[in-house]
Design a protein around this ligand. Structure first.
Ligand code: E4P
Length: 217
């Protein structure tokens, strides 16, 4: 299972990359707007830091505009995957872009049928939004499990990115649901390290070590 970082913040990306556990990065217009500045330059910098897949989203809503923006974003670096919303115009754009070899991450997926349409159009990734479904009382992870099972059954090469991850439990559930990837905010990535018994264990080991050293003197 791959772990992507869901952020456009360079500091977070640099720190997470040092841990050696991040396979890629996803951004969206909200995350990019939070950083300010020129997005093309920011994307290029992210791609210099991260050798794996880096997703960047189009702003246009009609096919021609999406295709134009996608070509521009994809020209920044070979690992760029262009995020396209799952609308009829978006799916049409994915078909055109996939034929040109441009990788597409179809985003804002909230149903199985949307994921199926994206895969059929040639998307490399689909991003079901788990947290936003949970927010309205649905079971976001059940959707991830359904998509993962069907894609595996039919041998689709399209990978599932469990997105809109809100807490470490979501990461476990995404893995159990068979998701290829979970894209996690930096805060969740840091929480994944935590366990009180690890802290306690280190404390005890250190104190036992100190005691033993004291005894040999
Ligand atoms: C995924 O690619 C999206 O950028 C992201 O996971 C959305 O998460 P949110 O629902 O917390 O905004």
């Amino acid at each position: 299972m791959k772990l992507f970082l869901d952020t456009a913040n360079l500091q977070e990306i640099k720190e997470a990359m040092q841990w050696g556990v991040i396979d890629g990065v996803t951004t969206n217009p909200t995350l990019a707007a939070r950083e300010g500045g020129d997005f093309r330059e920011l994307l290029a910098e992210i791609c210099r830091i991260v050798p794996g897949s880096v997703s960047a989203e189009v702003i246009a809503t009609e096919t021609e505009g999406m295709v134009r923006e996608a070509r521009e974003l994809a020209s920044v670096a070979p690992q760029v995957a262009v995020k396209i919303p799952v609308t009829p115009d978006g799916i049409r754009a994915v078909k055109i872009l996939a034929a040109e070899g441009i990788k597409c991450n179809v985003t804002l997926i909230f149903s199985f049928n949307q994921a199926l349409l994206a895969a059929k159009a040639g998307a490399c990734y689909v991003s079901p939004f788990v947290g936003r479904l949970d927010d309205i009382g649905h079971d976001g992870m059940a959707l991830v499990a359904d998509i993962s099972r069907a894609f595996s059954h039919y041998g689709f090469s399209c990978e599932v990115i469990a997105a809109s991850i809100r807490h470490p439990r979501h990461v476990i559930e995404a893995a159990m649901a068979g998701s290829h990837i979970a894209t996690v905010p930096f805060s969740v990535l840091k929480q994944m390290f935590n366990h009180p018994l690890t802290d306690l264990g280190i404390e005890r080991f250190l104190s036992d070590w100190q005691k033993a050293k004291g005894n040999t003197k």
